[in-house]
Design a protein around this ligand. Structure first.
Ligand SMILES: [Zn+2]
Length: 230
């Protein structure tokens, strides 16, 4: 094989490891490439750039047939198929990087607010408050018996706690959504790649069987010829 080969589709000169022979393409993709490039006779060397473009269009067409209108997620998968890149990404890291100081703070507060540590220490504060005002400072209590100031502080705390918890819940939801989207992309891509591999292996097996059969045929003919000569 020469050091360079001419791509039969775009006509550019490429090195042999930048493309492959057309007969190694699986039939469904091969047909599609022929349909996209009517001038091409369907044989010879084809570069990976052209195959990649056709493959992207092919996958897009198949997906549109099966799913209807493509979403942005589907588009990303199709694009990644062409560029041979991995779609799986670490959502946690991506997400952590985007958080602002306020969001991180509310996460921590929500985490502390939903723990036994909080309940126990809060209970201790209440008990100390009540004992201080009800027993120790009976005569000059700063918050005497019905503890109106304590009530006010408690309701303020409750009023603040609710939005903080909601903020942190919203973020958990956003993270779950990102994770689900990522899972969807990875699944879709895996599905497409597996289908692609199936077709490719079937195609190669069929080709190999045909060739074996041909070789066998030739051997039989040779044997017949030999026995005739004897
Ligand atoms: Zn080409």
């Amino acid at each position: 094989m020469s050091a360079t080969s001419v791509c039969q589709i775009c006509g550019k000169t490429k090195s042999p490891n930048e493309g492959q022979i057309a007969e190694l393409l699986r039939p469904s993709l091969h047909n599609f490439v022929v349909k996209q490039h009517p001038k091409w006779d369907g044989t010879g060397f084809v570069c990976f750039d052209d195959i990649g473009d056709c493959r992207q269009n092919y996958v897009r067409e198949v997906l549109e047939d099966e799913l209807g209108e493509l979403t942005a997620l589907d588009q990303e998968v199709v694009e990644s198929l062409r560029q041979h890149e991995i779609v799986a990404s670490n959502i946690e890291k991506q997400f952590e990087r985007k958080l602002t100081f306020g969001e991180r703070l509310s996460d921590h507060i929500a985490e502390f607010g939903g723990s036994w540590k909080f309940i126990l220490s809060f209970g201790a504060v209440l008990v100390v408050w009540i004992i201080t005002n009800g027993v120790v400072l009976v005569t000059r209590a700063f918050d005497p018996f019905p503890f109106i100031l304590l009530n006010l502080i408690l309701s303020c705390l409750a009023a603040l706690q609710a939005p903080v918890i909601m903020m942190s819940q919203n973020r958990a939801e956003a993270r779950d959504r990102l994770r689900a989207e990522n899972d969807y992309k990875v699944n879709l891509k895996a599905e497409l790649e597996i289908r692609h591999l199936h077709e490719k292996i079937d195609h190669l097996l069929r080709k190999q069987y045909n060739r074996l059969f041909e070789i066998q045929q030739i051997q039989i003919e040779l044997l017949e010829e030999l026995s005739r000569r004897r």
